[in-house]
Ligand binder design. Sequence first.
Ligand SMILES: Cc1cc2nc3c(=O)[nH]c(=O)nc-3n(C[C@H](O)[C@H](O)[C@H](O)COP(=O)(O)OP(=O)(O)OC[C@H]3O[C@@H](n4cnc5c(N)ncnc54)[C@H](O)[C@@H]3O)c2cc1C
Length: 441
Amino acid sequence: MEQRLLRVGWLSVLGAIVVGPALAHLVMPEPGGLWDRLSVLTGLLALSALVCAAVLPSRLRSLNRAFGIESVIDLHRFLGLVTAALVFAHLACVVAADPANVALLDLLAAPRRAQAATLATMALVALAVLAVLRSRAQLSYELWKWSHLALAAMVLGFSALHVWWLDQLVRETTFAAMLGLLAALLVLVFGHRWLWRPLFDPSTEFVVRDVRRESPTVSTLVLEPRCRDDRYADVWAFAPGQFAWLRLERSLAAEEHPFTIASSAHSDATEFTIRHAGDFTRALRRLPPGAAVWVDGPHGAFTNDVGGAAGFVMIAGGVGVTPMMSMLRTAAHRRDQRPYRLVVVAGAPGDLLFRAELAQLRRHLDLEVTEVLRRPTPGWSGHTGEIGVELLSVVALDGTHPDDVDYFVCGPPSLVSDAVSALDVLGVAPGRVHTEQFDFA
Ligand SMILES: Cc1cc2nc3c(=O)[nH]c(=O)nc-3n(C[C@H](O)[C@H](O)[C@H](O)COP(=O)(O)OP(=O)(O)OC[C@H]3O[C@@H](n4cnc5c(N)ncnc54)[C@H](O)[C@@H]3O)c2cc1C
């Protein structure tokens, strides 16, 4: 219910931002021909879509809780493309209104309002090219992130200058008020994202209690809040399955990476189970007790805490078992009697995580665990191979109507898409399938 309300609230806010200024323009009598009016309309829609695209990835917890990080990022990308399409439509309308306006594209000779528009458009095109390059040329995450942010700041800054120097809408009281509101919204959201949370918010500071080795390539980081003040208890209340961004310095330039909270929502410590993938994750493994870690979270909607399903089927690849562990540990704390079926996929037997703890949890929960190995060793008698229809039919929940079961899938993108396709073939309703991929950049 709470999530539904959040969704309705956010959809209303985002919808009002996207169509509000354009609607106001439509109802207002204004001199000028059709192409002039269309050029203002497409310009306003592009500006509104740009503001929404900028707000979406700004780590607003209630927004991420309402839709889940994957949908938020998908919508961000979609609105980026919509903005680009509207900018080109705007340009076409400006030229259609008066073909001599083509001269405005001359960056050296054009007036400053047109120069700002051209620079904003060039930055927008560069953003799209960078997005394609990131997947094709395997750009490092940090390089991609900072270039993406710099270009996005250019698009926003030059767009604002274009509107200001155009000196057309800002003269009109209604539009000046609307544009002022959009600017204030951006200042608030960016101030929260880039100043308050990373530099000042005391509730984000945690200290290392322990680092536990789970396997040669996986460790668990055990954290506790630096500030035990009751005022922050609610701030850090998380739903099992949510994730947070971790940083090792209180600085804007510090690297930060997302990790799922693996502990129970009722535990006094917060645990992250982390595969040693690269520099950052290896640095986490070496942290001594007492070291400071800054945690921005909780985020996401990958949780079984909403919806009241009658049972759960969970499919996890490798370290993708972390959100499932949080859900199972929380369920054990709550003495949840509903059936849980967990499918864990790993390379070799040594990569299967939490085997002893899962055996313990089976004593307290209606839990069955199916282990699947991609590279089975001689003597392995369990399941092998890819996640597919055959394997998933084995884990059906007896006695529970399939429409009442929620499915959670987490792991690398290939595993998530294999599992979603298999569930689709098995007739599982898409609304019952929840996914989290450990790479959303
Ligand atoms: C929502 C979410 C939850 C996650 N939960 C866990 C978890 O519980 N345990 C776990 O071991 N891993 C988890 N990951 C993956 C984890 O974020 C990456 O393995 C980690 O960032 C790698 O950093 P690195 O510098 O050590 O390795 P690198 O070699 O730098 O990166 C390895 C891979 O991680 C991706 N990556 C790097 N930095 C980031 C970043 N800041 N944001 C997103 N992706 C990045 C890159 O695309 C690259 O393919 C999660 C990822 C996401 C998106």
